[in-house]
Design a protein around this ligand. Sequence first.
Ligand SMILES: *Cc1c(COP(=O)(O)O)cnc(C)c1O
Length: 224
Amino acid sequence: MENANGENDGALGNARAFISKAASIAGRDPSEVTLVAVSKMREPAEIVPLLEQGQRVFGENRVQEAAAKWPQLKAAYSGVELHLIGQLQSNKAEDAATLFDCIHSVDRLSLIKALGKAFGKAGRNPPCFLQVNIGEEEQKGGCAIDDIDALLASAETHGVNIVGLMCLPPADVEPAPYFALLGELAHRAGLSQLSMGMSADYESAVQLGATHIRIGTALFGPRK
Ligand SMILES: *Cc1c(COP(=O)(O)O)cnc(C)c1O
């Protein structure tokens, strides 16, 4: 059966099967891997088929877009978990704190301070990831590798619950060494969670310890 995108409804099943296979190759339990379905730029009509198939964890990269789409979907389907995977401006921290159940893109002190305040006000303390600029690319979000320890200490001070590290490796090069490096950095920092791997490379990420993979295109088809 085809969904509104012309994609096969089996895409979710296929992704889950690939995750299981990659996990077993690495001797991991597939249940350790959370599939975050990246629904940015997708209409509710494209998202509903995944909800109907039981998918409950979704990723969005813009606060405003998520605020427009998700309250209704959340009301219609119980147990939805919404993850913010895109850059967050500090002045949107309050909106993000009420809307999202996990934030993958914490990457600087000003944002940590704003989120700490916003979570306090909202009476929430959701798990967050520290985003690392793993390829040390000028145009990319994420903190410098050398700043990880200081930012983790600040997060603790400001009551932001960092549970792991997140990265977007450089495009068009083999991502595995970057995934391995993120794993090593998390291990050194005593963090157990790793948000890494997208449509093109999630099997490699799972083999290298990803606990959260963020998949859009492979589930919904190409973005317009
Ligand atoms: C868009 C996006 C993804 C999903 O990318 P696909 O290639 O469509 O799977 C994952 N992570 C982040 C941070 C994104 O912005």
